[in-house]
Design a protein around this ligand. Sequence first.
Ligand code: TSX
Ligand code: MN
Length: 609
Amino acid sequence: MNVNDIKHAGLKKWIEDFAALTNPDEIILADGSSAQYDELIDQQVAAGYATRLNPAKKPGCVAYNSDPSDVARVEKRTYISSVKQEDAGPTNNWMDPTQLKKEMTDLYRGCMKGRTMYIIPFSMGPLGSPISKIGVEITDSAYVVANMMIMTRVGVKVLELLGTDGYYVPCYHSVGKPLAEGESDNGKWPCAAMEHKYISHFPETREIWSYGSGYGGNALLGKKCLALRIATVLARDEGWLAEHMLILKITSPEGKSRFVTGAFPSACGKTNLAMLIPTIPGWKVETVGDDIAWMKFGSDGQLYAINPEAGFFGVAPGTSDDSNRNALIAASSNTIFTNVGVTEDKDIWWEGIGYDAPGKLIDWNDNEWVQDKTDKTQKPAAHPNARFTAPAVQCPSIAAEWEDPKGVPVSAILFGGRRPKTIPLVHQSHDWAHGVFLGSIVGSEVTAAALDVKAGTIRRDPFAMLPFCGYNMGDYFQHWLDVGHAAPDAEKLPKIFYVNWFRKTAEGKWLWPGYGENSRVLKWVFERCEGTAKFVDTPIGIMPTIDAIDRPEGVTEEDMKELLAVDLDGWINEVEDIRTNHYPKFGNHLPKELAVFLDTLESNLKAAK
Ligand code: TSX
Ligand code: MN
């Protein structure tokens, strides 16, 4: 099937119009076939954009290196272009949509000269699920096509679902580097200069316009742009939740299963948690999704979640047999690696993979690289934001229900962050609205990787959604409260927890071993849902008794007391920080209900002193 066979008049016209503007050499429909995927990858390898990896070690895998300037999402070039600036809110960049469309149309004019235009019909969510949404991305990047084929459901079946007049979210994308007559990229990753990059969202007309970057969330428009920023707007209008959450399944030794979702800011190990291998005998953890959850009430009054994605776009460095064996197995075949090191025998390597670099590598900058552990200033072989794009079905821990079109019933929602002090290992909200308060105050310690703020400070990232909400964040808090108020049965709402795997001693030692041992906390969460867990009420919420969670090896009773203590002075400082630095950002869009929770928390803490 090719573009001429498209039966949808609106889609046909859009493709023709955008082709007339961008002037590509040819137009190809991404039909979703593995033959087309293989052909695309072969072409990319032949043209020098990608390296075919060793079929004996990494069958069906390739490695790309990006331009050094195009390595991550660019928040300063990301826009929520609503008609009114107030609707984008205080935490999003805003431009007037007419102005922005004019600027971008000028950039798009002739931008695909010398390139192929690809049409990617894709479904976010299982094909035909009532919760799924369809998008069509037009791009001039074969890398984007290949990645979208792993991360979403692409092809002819989606066009069939669209029929002659079905609704889709139009997603415009160009790398922004037209080729002159006879010019070639010479195998170099094409992209535009930073000041010409735009990742634009038009929430009223539900369009995504991206220009100048070929990387990740800037270019794979089904993910952060559609499944989060545009979906949050749809969810607000339609009464559901589009969230930056993992979805996991936990099964007890008795064989009872529950589903848990969780939102964590970056660098907290969300993918590791989604694929966790439990240390407690008899318990099982399986994966439904590692990044995005769409949640809607079912006719039975339960909240159901689907993973709108079909793959994992995971951070490679730090992924090892110890930190996440399941991810390594998922990414051991049919995977696209971006900005990793490549060994002489065409295998991959990155910092934190769990073993030393074997011999001479080609690093992410295409330079020869030999590990020198005595040189503390040596630049890494893999970029810190290097990625694997791996099919979800290849994950050994993938749950049988991961593609169930009705979704999975959610028993619990976790929030978390990297908090060396104050925040206990786990506490639970009294009810949904109190849980919304906990989500609204999520924060994480800034790690060394972020240079704009000094390390050790706490950056608030409410619901881990700060970069991903397509409208005013204060209104988003209100939407969460409204979902609770509108619940068919308040008893069936998920219970909400705040977890913290990252507590340290005064000497800077980790108090909690984390990783697979986090299953002990998941077990307590499970037992709270069952009504069998031991718990106490405290000024901050519901907490495990000191003996409610079995201690892992190396954690003393004293450690456990510290992990589960209510640090009254620390929390009073926390309240002060929220009151003076966090909540005022949202101005009169901050729901009163949240301000009341802050007051109540403060008086609870002061009464307990
Ligand atoms: O992903 C992590 N998780 C969640 C796992 C399911 N990480 C890595 C964060 C960066 C992506 C963690 N790091 C976790 C964790 O629970 N905990 C820690 C901190 C930590 C690091 C090392 C040790 C203990 C705790 N122990 C040793 O190194 C021996
Ligand atoms: Mn994410």
